[in-house]
Design a protein around this ligand. Structure first.
Ligand SMILES: [Zn+2]
Ligand SMILES: [Zn+2]
Length: 146
């Protein structure tokens, strides 16, 4: 993964090109997403931004995440419950998802799946695998019970 500072610089550069105002709140949204390893929801990002900028609105955070997505700097990973989870790591990678607590970890697989270039009439562009299971913490919890 690239350095965080480069990622932030690129975001500022893209905003400039798109004629978007570069506000500290916008920068904070992206920074929090970059530093988070658990693929946060917009609400979770909002809670973090609020610690630094108490007057930020949830709508601003939503719009910023949307902008990041449109710029290709963030990706929606999956839905957990009713909330979308986001990732600033836009490299091709996969995910391990805990079915109990909803933790999402990045997964890099050595093995490539052979996906045909055309599938059911689709021209394929990529794939990502979600592996579901119990995370180490939840496994420990369930061992305690038994
Ligand atoms: Zn878990
Ligand atoms: Zn990820």
């Amino acid at each position: 993964m690239e350095g965080k500072q480069e990622m932030l610089n690129r975001f500022v550069e893209r905003c400039r090109q798109a004629g978007l105002k570069i506000t500290p709140q916008r920068i904070a949204v992206y920074e929090i997403l970059i530093n988070s390893h658990n693929h946060p929801t917009v609400e979770e990002i909002y809670e973090e931004v609020k610690k630094r900028y108490p007057f930020v609105s949830l709508a601003t955070v939503y719009r910023t995440v949307e902008t990041l997505e449109q710029m290709g700097l963030a990706k929606k990973v999956c839905y957990w419950g009713s909330s979308a989870r986001y990732d600033a790591n836009t490299e091709e990678h996969h995910h391990l998802i805990c079915v109990k607590c909803g933790a999402i970890r990045d997964l890099y697989m050595d093995q490539e799946l052979s996906i045909p270039e055309e599938l059911e009439g689709f021209k394929t562009e990529g794939y990502s695998v979600n592996v579901y299971g119990l995370c180490p913490d939840c496994r420990k919890e369930s061992q305690k019970d038994s």
